[in-house]
Design a protein around this ligand. Sequence first.
Ligand code: ATP
Ligand code: ATP
Ligand code: MG
Ligand code: MG
Length: 239
Amino acid sequence: MAKSKYEYVKKFERNDSLLPNTWLVIRVDGRGFHKFSDKHGFVKPNDQKALELMNKCAENVMNDFRDIVLAYGQSDEYSFVLKKECSLYDRRETKIVSTIVSLFTSNYVFNWNKYFPDKELLYPPSFDGRVVQYPDDNNLRDYLSWRQTDCHINNLYNTCFWALVHSGKTETEAENVLRGTVSSEKNELLYSQFNINYNKLPEMYRKGSVIIRQEVSNLKYHLYVISLGTLYTAHSRKD
Ligand code: ATP
Ligand code: ATP
Ligand code: MG
Ligand code: MG
């Protein structure tokens, strides 16, 4: 077929191929979820159902994109690790990131009612996405450790913050109490003032969730959603 005179416009497209032979990590993060969680009355600091909904979205993304070997989620974010030899969309960055983000987002809306049957979705949520390339396995492990440390730091702070607020302090007062405190002081505050043993709180809140794929054969695999080594839901599928 003859090319149209307009074809030349394609030359303006950037080549955005990702490096070969590197781990690809795609992280999606809820846009403005501080407000979203507030408007939708999420239980603070951890809404169990909201976390389960995030896990379900990630599980469905993994079911669709077989190159994802592992996913890690906490709060309003999920990281997807694609294997080094992934050739999805010829490794074009915008194609990969945009399809994963949109599939995750549509799943969030599609499954909302199953997790919140009594709560109307008040407006359409959105997620941003980025990709990071890691040539080295240690870098990948450090990336995951970094996200999990972020989960721990935020969760310890938020657990203290909301315990103080639920006990009658204003948000500003709670912030003032916590300003400059280190981890051990936060643990102590929870124990002495609220009788909360931080280490006994659910693993999913303190450490996040991991989903791994275990290939059983070429045609079959299992997905496991794990919270610190304990399987709390398992999903298998045959193509
Ligand atoms: P941005 O658009 O820059 O990501 P954001 O408001 O989404 O802004 P984040 O740093 O991503 O900010 O933080 C997400 C916020 O969403 C948390 O601070 C928390 O308030 C809320 N949130 C997310 N998941 C839950 C949950 N399961 N339970 C309660 N609150 C949650
Ligand atoms: P890719 O994932 O590569 O984009 P695709 O199947 O989406 O693959 P496109 O080139 O985007 O391929 O073409 C979209 C196809 O969707 C059309 O060829 C047509 O078959 C179908 N389609 C889209 N919109 C309509 C519509 N309004 N009515 C009927 N068919 C439609
Ligand atoms: Mg966010
Ligand atoms: Mg976030």
